[in-house]
Design a protein around this ligand. Structure first.
Ligand code: NAD
Ligand code: IPM
Ligand code: MN
Length: 371
């Protein structure tokens, strides 16, 4: 059996807490002989800054480059608020995304049946919701140059961020969205601001042109990103795959999380281009952050992190059937009335991070034995 190299980057705040629960699942996977894993750990974010004075060391970037799969917890926190911009915890994550060319960020938002009453929206609007936000991850205003704050002669300051997209960046993310739609409900909605942004205009044109290059079997719609935000909370089930740029994708995925019951539910996969052997670099992480308000209390919801491992099993580790069992273990845990505090729900048992992790692990083990 081939050995997969896994790099764990727990990060800051609740990152290490939720990563512990992934380790529990990984131990089961190894013990059962499902995969042979070589697991290494590294530092990213504020913890890396504290250890090395940078948000990620070159050595840890190299480890990530060499790994088959990277699993990341979360980065950031108030402790590093006054750190120089280029050394902020978030810079470590952005460097990983850029250096590994992880341009395709898949953020599924699924409302598990047991959580249809936990969403901020009415049950009928979210029950059965299963949408996929495809966020461009290595371009746009996150990385465009110049990016600076300069002093003006009048004593004021001027801040500039630059939104840049080139044709190839839009084309490759559009293809990812069309291909995903083919194995889902066959619909893509592309969101941009072509009414005010040149980059939005190019986005719209390139997505339309790419659609004509052999993807006409997929139904394509375009929506202005602000209107899409509104539609997401008015009638979210109209969407299947949403493809959008780096910043809109960031915001819209946090909005989508509340349709599912909690931000603590949303996993993500960040994928690079396929090489000649059909392999792609990949990093899996929850959509949520380091949650400084609850860090250290043992109450964080580990389900987004565990579901990120399920995505890794599906997209990188060649075990889609094990990924399904893990997803079902999550669904079963929720159906059994077990909840962490972030999930609004009456008449259910509220547990901490460890007990939620154990509950999923137990159900996963049972499913593996077919019991
Ligand atoms: P956040 O996602 O950390 O928290 C937002 C709210 O959701 C908080 O009330 C938090 O308690 C709650 N929450 C989030 N995840 C939860 C979980 N798993 N279980 C229970 N509750 C959960 O966003 P924020 O507070 O705006 O940002 C905090 C820090 O995290 C910032 O430094 C930010 O840059 C960083 N951040 C990192 C990532 C990442 O590492 N991928 C993502 C988003 C934010
Ligand atoms: C996310 C986060 C990151 C982003 C931050 C921490 C850099 O909010 O992954 O959603 O803005 O992409
Ligand atoms: Mn975000």
């Amino acid at each position: 059996m081939a050995t997969h190299r896994l790099l764990l980057l727990p990060g800051d705040g609740i990152g290490p807490e939720v990563m512990e629960e992934v380790k529990r699942i990984l131990a089961i996977i190894e013990a059962r002989g499902i995969l042979s894993l070589s697991i290494d750990e590294g530092l990213v974010g504020g913890c890396a800054y504290d250890a090395h004075g940078v948000a990620i060391s070159d050595a840890d970037v190299e480890k990530a480059q060499a790994a088959d799969t990277v699993l990341l917890g979360a980065v950031g926190g108030p402790k590093w608020d006054s750190v120089a911009y280029e050394h902020r915890p978030e810079a470590g994550l952005l460097r990983l995304r850029k250096d590994l060319e992880l341009f395709a960020n898949l953020r599924p938002a699924i409302c598990y049946p047991a959580l249809a009453d936990s969403s901020a929206l009415k049950r009928e609007l979210v029950d059965g919701l299963d949408l996929m936000i495809v966020r461009e991850l290595t371009g746009g205003v996150y990385f465009g140059e110049p990016k600076e704050i300069t002093d003006l002669p009048n004593g004021q300051k001027r801040a500039v961020d630059t939104q840049v997209y080139e044709t190839y960046e839009i084309e490759r993310i559009a293809k990812v969205a069309f291909e995903l739609a083919r194995v889902r409900s066959g619909r893509v909605t592309s969101a941009d601001k072509r009414n005010v942004m040149k980059s939005g205009l190019l986005w719209n044109q390139v997505v339309t042109a790419t659609h004509k290059q052999g993807y006409e079997d997929v139904k394509l719609d375009h929506m202005l990103a602000d209107a899409l935000g509104m539609q997401l909370v008015r009638a979210p089930k109209q969407f299947d795959v949403i493809v959008t740029d780096n910043l809109f994708g960031d915001i819209l995925s946090d909005v989508a999380s509340m349709l599912t019951g909690s931000l603590g539910m949303l996993p993500s996969a960040s994928l690079g281009a396929e090489d000649e052997n059909g392999r792609r670099k990949a990093l899996y992480e929850p959509v949520h952050g380091s949650a400084p308000d609850i860090a250290g209390k043992g109450v964080a919801n580990p389900l987004a992190m565990i579901a990120s491992l399920a995505m890794a099993l599906k997209y990188s580790l060649g075990k889609p059937e094990v990924a399904d069992l893990l997803d079902r273990a999550i669904s079963q845990t929720l159906a059994d009335g077990i909840r962490t505090g972030d999930i609004h729900s009456e008449g259910t048992t509220k547990v901490g991070t460890t007990d939620m992790g154990k509950a999923v692990a137990e159900r996963f083990e049972k499913a593996l034995t077919g019991a």
